[in-house]
Write a protein that binds this ligand. Sequence first.
Ligand code: ADP
Ligand code: MG
Length: 269
Amino acid sequence: MSGHVLRIEGLRAKVADREILQGVDLEVQGGQVHAVMGPNGSGKSTLSHVLMGHPGYEVLAGSVTLDGVDLLTLPTWKRLQAGLFLAMQYPIEVPGVSLEDVMTESFVAAGRVNEPVRELVAAEARRIGFDERFLSRPMNVDLSGGEKKRNETLQLGVLKPRFAVLDEIDSGLDVDALRAVARRIEAATNEDGLGVLAITHYNRLLHELKPDVIHVLSKGRIVATGGPDLATELERTGYAAYGGPDDQTESRPLAQNPFAPDPFADPLA
Ligand code: ADP
Ligand code: MG
């Protein structure tokens, strides 16, 4: 463990006039992996947006600190400087700006002016199997879902945050990409003491990215916390025991239905 700590206490937040997070408490130590699982609409992405300071999500109560630094009063870029990183569920395309541009500016902002940013980026690209031709092209434009997630992971590897929130980093990944991404992040927890808050529906991510603690989020609250076995149990039983689906009014495509079988599950497991 690195001695770093991300602490979320009594966090309540609303979006579009609806209170979504209704008092979330979580504490992640450096080097640990905490998984947050829960039905669609339970507030998982809202939690990630609130942690990173997305405009439009209003904090009503509670606190978020990283090594004692109050993150909620900081603009997003300062939260990153303080050591928090978000891998987005839907990475955005940025026409006209390349990944190398973004990393170069990030290094300047972080005072890492003497480091060879291009070499570091290229080395990370090789490490996770990200095509180096994409590095100088507009960020995420025309990339597949899996390439976008490798891109997010590459940024994580180069920026070396203290804590990373991964919002469904496994969605849209084929088996090879999933393994590469999960292994890279697991390595960061061991090599750099990275602390991880991994939002996911599927246990398969957690086969490579070894969780220490599993939380179930339902209706904006953490309703259960346990060890890795809890993820296995959820895969079998769904969330029925924890309040069931939160979005019954909405029909969702099959791939997003938390009660549908994992399309990537190992049939022999
Ligand atoms: P999850 O990631 O667990 O599936 P979300 O955090 O995305 O859930 O959404 C939780 C609830 O908040 C849902 O009912 C969703 O419709 C609502 N919500 C989230 N973001 C917005 C937004 N920007 N505008 C309006 N409603 C939102
Ligand atoms: Mg989500």
